[in-house]
Design a protein around this ligand. Structure first.
Ligand SMILES: Nc1ncnc2c1ncn2[C@@H]1O[C@H](COP(=O)(O)OP(=O)(O)OP(=O)(O)O)[C@@H](O)[C@H]1O
Length: 207
């Protein structure tokens, strides 16, 4: 099936970019192509720098502990043992999962598993961060901490891209792309909410 027919977008350093759109519109497909886990049929994706990816479904190994998970991904990223340890403690303290470092992934709650999923995307301080609904299952405090982290990273020059469903988040985004009918539209300067966010709430739109 054809999901996307026309997508032209740019993700710049220091920006927080939102990808919005109705369920099934192709947001994850677009992100998977940008990350490189899915190959596009035509067109090009230009990536500069390192990429961190937080997929919608955590891609973690159930039988590893949280500490082992950091070591596995950290060594994959080419980090030293000290760098891995520092990133682990920093993120565990920030996102409040220090007490779970020796737990196995399959012993964690959904929200805590998502914290690890997000942390693995962030731990190597990537230049480009791709987050597919990164806050699923987060409690309110964690959700706010997540935004602190995203804003800190963007201020340090990271290009942060996230698939977002929440209308109230749109004011935090520097640029907003909407996926609709297989195409990607820049709706940053559109007044009010996009069609997609209205239709997600079940409201009629003008189309
Ligand atoms: N592995 C797959 N095999 C076949 N079709 C797929 C696959 N993954 C996604 N699709 C289809 O591609 C289309 C776009 O899916 P995608 O997951 O990109 O949407 P989305 O906008 O991220 O949706 P949601 O908001 O529900 O997460 C949908 O019609 C979906 O059914």
């Amino acid at each position: 099936m054809t999901v996307l027919t026309d997508a032209d977008l740019e993700i710049r350093r220091g920006e927080i970019v939102g990808i919005v759109g109705a369920n099934g519109s192709g947001k994850s497909t677009l992100m998977n192509i940008l990350v490189g886990v899915l190959e596009q049929d035509s067109g090009t994706v230009e990536r500069t720098g390192t990429v961190g990816w937080c997929p919608q479904e955590p891609l973690l190994y159930d039988r590893l502990t949280v500490g082992e998970t950091f070591r596995l991904f950290g060594s994959g990223y080419g980090m030293t043992a000290e760098e891995i340890d520092e990133a682990k403690h920093h993120l565990a303290s920030k996102l409040d999962f220090e007490q779970y470092l020796d737990y196995r992934i399959d012993q964690l709650s959904g929200g805590n598993r998502q914290k690890i999923n997000l942390s693995i995307a962030l731990m190597h301080d990537p230049d480009v961060l791709m987050l597919d609904e990164p806050y699923t299952g987060f409690d309110w405090e964690t959700y706010l901490t997540f935004w602190d982290l995203a804003e800190e990273l963007a201020a340090d020059g990271t290009a942060v891209t996230m698939i977002s469903h929440l209308i109230e988040e749109q004011s935090r985004l520097d640029r907003i792309y909407e996926v609709r009918d297989g195409q990607v539209y820049d709706v940053t300067d559109q007044e009010g909410e996009t069609d997609a966010t209205a239709s997600e709430r079940g409201e009629e739109t003008d189309e």
